[in-house]
Design a protein around this ligand. Structure first.
Ligand code: NAI
Ligand code: MG
Length: 368
């Protein structure tokens, strides 16, 4: 029997809409697998919660989450609450306190989805974004507020330990998955302290510990152009927090958009729960219209199952997503159709049920 405790945080806007579909898909798996149970607990930590309680989550929110095996997150962001409050009081504390220092983001061409690039077929790489330090730090401050002499300092924090662990995670993944090359995003020609430290460690670790991997170190400005010009040439990309954030939205864009892109915030040591969420935000422009694409959220749930040791069930979800897209009958607006969020979710659930039906059919043939 495999049983897991899952904390579900739908959040705001389309987060709530796409989460409903991911939960339905997970329930379909639970119904069809004899030895698989998810104890899901819903947490309504959102902008509504903030407006009522003056904070994004309860004071002991992280203590509560710590007893779960994983966190499935939707998206957060609402015009009534400043974005830095929603992000820094909910997502950032979870990522940082739970040492989810790997942000794993696959970038893959999908059947039935046309890339906006004329050369956009067969793209298949992953981004390892540093997720706990770097440019996204709350170190710094402002002085002389409201005066013309006002100044702001925003510190980037890069540490040897922090760089080492993200680079090793990327290299371990590369070796395990038969990849030959790791691409590092840098800007050490202009950012001469933190990015030089980054470069030195990337080079040292790969040379000493992963001699079978080739290292390609590319300045971020050139790298964004290569993402467009030769996306097929990448296998594993490792980047700092800011560069990785931007690269993964670009990665998402070249394979068909934010509605399709999942991500995992991983604590590889499994000392704390990891968190799985789409790359996209709460999409206020389409929230409430029931037209958001739930694939990014459903695929994030698949990454969660993979992390929990059920790669078999994760594969069932991804197969189902791919067959719905290949068939092309059900498409949400972002990928050129007019299906609703619920219709897309139901189509994916149906494809999972079909996989079980085929399995049962094959088993009955063996016995008759
Ligand atoms: P966004 O990702 O919410 O939306 C960007 C564009 O992509 C919009 O046009 C939206 O309609 C479209 N889009 C996104 N997801 C989609 C889906 N599943 N199906 C179809 N279309 C989709 O980013 P934006 O507009 O910059 O931010 C909106 C809010 O989300 C802000 O409050 C921001 O702070 C927050 N945000 C939260 C994140 C999180 O919870 N991790 C990540 C990024 C933004
Ligand atoms: Mg982003």
């Amino acid at each position: 029997m495999t049983e897991f405790k899952i904390a579900v945080i739908p959040g705001d806007g389309i987060g709530v809409e796409v989460m409903a579909e991911a939960l339905k898909v997970l329930s379909v798996l639970e119904e069809h697998e004899q030895d698989f149970v998810l104890h899901k607990e819903n947490f309504e930590w959102s902008s509504d919660y903030y407006l009522e309680h003056g904070r994004m989550m309860p004071e002991d929110g992280l203590v509560t989450l710590q007893s779960y095996d994983a966190i499935l997150f939707g998206a957060i962001g609402d015009a009534r609450v400043p974005d830095d409050v929603t992000i820094w009081e909910l997502i950032m504390p979870i990522r940082k306190q739970f040492q989810q220092y790997v942000n794993f983001r696959p970038v893959k061409s999908l059947p039935g989805i046309t890339s906006p690039l004329s050369n956009g077929d067969d793209i298949d790489f992953v981004i390892f974004r540093e997720n706990a330090e770097g440019e996204y730090s709350n170190s710094g401050g402002r002085m002389f507020e409201t005066q013309h002499s006002e100044m702001a300092i925003q510190n980037t924090i890069m540490t040897t330990a922090g760089i080492e662990r993200i680079v090793k995670a990327a290299c371990e993944y590369a070796e395990k998955n038969g990849k030959k090359k790791v691409t590092s995003a840098t800007k050490s020609n202009a950012i001469i302290h933190s990015m030089k430290l980054w470069d030195e460690h990337v080079k040292r670790i790969i040379k000493n510990e992963y001699p079978n991997l080739a290292l390609e170190s590319i300045y971020i400005d050139a790298l964004v152009a290569y993402f467009v010009q030769r996306p097929q040439s990448f296998e594993v990309v490792v980047a700092s927090n800011l560069f990785g954030d931007i690269l993964s939205d670009l990665g998402s864009g070249i394979v068909g958009g934010l509605g399709l892109s999942p991500s995992a915030n991983i604590n590889p040591e499994k000392q704390f729960p990891s968190m799985f969420e789409p790359v996209h935000g709460s999409a206020p422009d389409i929230a409430g219209k029931e037209i958001a694409n739930p694939i990014a959220q459903i695929w994030s749930a698949a990454l969660m199952l993979d992390h929990l040791g059920r790669a078999d069930l994760s594969a069932k979800i991804i197969n189902a997503i791919e067959s719905v897209l290949l068939e092309g009958k059900i498409k949400t607006a972002d990928i050129g159709g007019n299906a609703t969020t619920e219709q897309m979710g139901a189509a994916i659930s149906d494809k999972i049920i079909e996989q079980y039906a085929i399995k049962e059919d094959e088993e009955s043939k063996i016995w008759t």
